[in-house]
Design a protein around this ligand. Structure first.
Ligand SMILES: [Fe+2]
Ligand SMILES: [Fe+2]
Length: 269
């Protein structure tokens, strides 16, 4: 019997090393899509995802207030920024495999899995692109401390697929759309063309991940006769700690299916 998609996801989640985790994930994504193209989908199956994914010994994980702040106008600051992006991308790999493995108890159309396997595969690419940049600059992922607590959003929404969609793609990944153009500018000004190219790939593909989130969130609301905006506000208020911070990238958010009346009321203003 072929390995199920849920089992593949758990295998990725329980692989600690970043390069090994992403290589395995990319192989599994290729197997999923080649089976889909051949008209014989792999079974979704069921598996037990770990509460927390396996991670390498390095980077050292620190509380956000203890992670040293460096100014982006310096070379050390730009390295720290790239290191933080690598950490976010590795977390995103696990987040996308986790949504695949965690909610198999509720039947979803195969297209739901297509979207998250594609997103997970793209996050693996993003992690590797940023690691390549770090290595080209004489550093590597693990050389600096990183934020602990990135998995909190996953833990807080482990029991509710709609809450997971609201908080992870529609709040956290949408935030990425707001801040990435500024990051691209920092590296463009410094003439670090490799980082500019990598961040442009990330920026373009992340629109798709936010769009998958709003697509399936709206689909679930429509199926159950719920008002998506009301439910979104309620779930974000209950499961996301903090308020949303403007300025927002209204244009890219619109492209991803997030209208202003979803996010503005959550700014606390
Ligand atoms: Fe990404
Ligand atoms: Fe993403």
């Amino acid at each position: 019997m072929a390995q199920s998609l849920a089992e593949m996801a758990v295998e990725v989640l329980t692989t600690a090393d970043g390069r090994a985790k992403t290589a395995l994930g990319r192989r599994h994504a290729a197997a999923w899509f080649s089976a889909r193209a051949a008209g014989r989908s792999l079974p979704i199956g069921h598996a037990n995802p770990p509460d927390r994914p396996a991670r390498p010994d390095r980077p050292e994980l620190l509380a956000p207030r203890d992670v040293p702040r460096r100014r982006p106008g310096t070379e050390a600051g730009r390295l720290a920024l790239l290191h933080a992006v690598a950490h976010i991308e590795l977390n995103a790999v696990d987040l996308h495999w986790d949504i695949i493995a965690r909610f198999t108890g509720q039947p979803m159309p195969p297209g739901f899995y297509d979207d998250w396997v594609k997103a997970a595969d793209e996050e693996a690419k993003h992690f590797n692109l940023i690691c390549d940049c770090l290595e080209a600059l004489g550093s590597h992922y693990g050389a600096l401390p990183a934020h602990a607590g990135m998995w909190r959003a996953a833990e807080d929404t482990a029991g509710d697929l709609m809450a997971r969609l609201a908080v992870v793609p529609m709040v956290l990944e949408a935030r990425g759309l707001d801040v990435t153009p500024g990051m691209i500018e920092i590296f463009r000004k410094a003439g670090v063309t490799g980082a500019v190219a990598a961040l442009e790939v990330i920026y373009a593909e992340e629109v798709g991940h936010v769009a998958y989130g709003s697509k399936w969130f709206n689909w679930l609301c429509g199926r159950d006769g719920l008002d998506p905006k009301e439910v979104f506000h309620d779930l974000v208020r209950r499961h996301f700690h903090g308020v949303l911070k403007p300025p927002f990238n209204e244009e890219k958010r619109a492209e991803a299916g997030l209208p202003p009346d979803f996010y503005w009321p959550l700014t606390g203003e």
